[in-house]
Write a protein that binds this ligand. Structure first.
Ligand SMILES: CC(C)(COP(=O)(O)OP(=O)(O)OC[C@H]1O[C@@H](n2cnc3c(N)ncnc32)[C@H](O)[C@@H]1OP(=O)(O)O)[C@@H](O)C(=O)NCCC(=O)NCCS
Length: 224
């Protein structure tokens, strides 16, 4: 059975097919218009690594994909000394409304007035990443999420909620499996905030920074 005869056979009849044809004819000018092509180009340009959409602090590295839609020009702000693995994606927008009749972005796809302005799609806000954060390969971070200083995001995690400082989170949805250090140690490290030091001081203490003796590092640097 062909698609056309199936449609007719299920009771649409000739009237139904005519209405469908009328609807298609009305949509065609939008589907192939220059305006629609321009919107498409704009959309595609923004689904890419783009320094306008991503700011990274001192020595932070990685080439994450920042996916936003033209309707939701949110940003990703990453702090200093952030390590980003392979193919990490920041989904900073592109949420479709689950409580609308349709999740389909009709105005955008048909080139109708109000596209990109009607709240479909939408974003939950900027993604903010602290300092000294390690994001494992293939992780996805959703809009509106804040990741605290010193946190670790496991490979292939989907981070939908905020991550507290020095937490290790894994899985989909990402859940905290533990904290890297005790609460007291974390408080002291956040107070010390070594990532804000001058580079000469960081180099001076590189042996402690690249070692496991947390208490010694804290004792040397804690404010008295
Ligand atoms: C997050 C990570 C650092 C945790 O390492 P860890 O502290 O040694 O954790 P463990 O291996 O002891 O695992 C602890 C638990 O979390 C689970 N787990 C660890 N990593 C996970 C991940 N990415 N996704 C889902 N579950 C994970 C383990 O299965 C284990 O579960 P269990 O307690 O039920 O047995 C590590 O697993 C990871 O994902 N590293 C990222 C590597 C990477 O992407 N490198 C790219 C180069 S930058």
């Amino acid at each position: 059975m062909t698609w056309g005869s199936d449609l007719a056979g299920r009771g649409r009849g000739r009237g139904g097919l005519r209405r469908l044809g009328d609807q298609m004819r009305k949509a065609l000018p939008y589907l192939f218009s220059e305006r629609r092509r321009a919107l498409e180009r704009h959309r595609l340009e923004r689904i890419a690594f783009d320094s306008d959409l991503l700011s990274m602090g001192c020595l932070s590295y990685g080439e994450p994909l920042v996916a936003v839609s033209a309707a939701t020009p949110e940003h990703v702000h990453a702090g200093s000394f952030v390590s980003i693995g392979l193919d990490v994606m920041f989904l900073d927008g592109g949420n479709h409304n689950a409580n609308w009749v349709t999740t389909f972005p009709l105005r955008i796809r048909l080139g109708l007035p109000g596209g990109h302005e009607d709240g479909q799609p939408f974003s939950k806000g900027d993604i903010v990443i602290g300092n000294d954060v390690w994001i494992g390969s293939y992780a996805h971070v959703l809009s509106g999420v804040t990741i605290g200083d010193g946190a670790i995001i496991g490979s292939r995690s989907v981070v939908a909620k905020d991550v507290r400082p020095y937490a290790i989170v894994v899985g989909n949805p990402a859940r905290e499996i533990r904290r890297r250090f005790s609460d007291e140690q974390v408080d002291a490290l956040l107070e010390i905030a070594w990532w804000d030091w001058p580079m000469s001081k960081i180099v001076d203490q590189v042996s402690e920074l690249c070692g496991p003796d947390i208490d010694r590092f804290i004792a040397r640097n804690a404010q008295r």
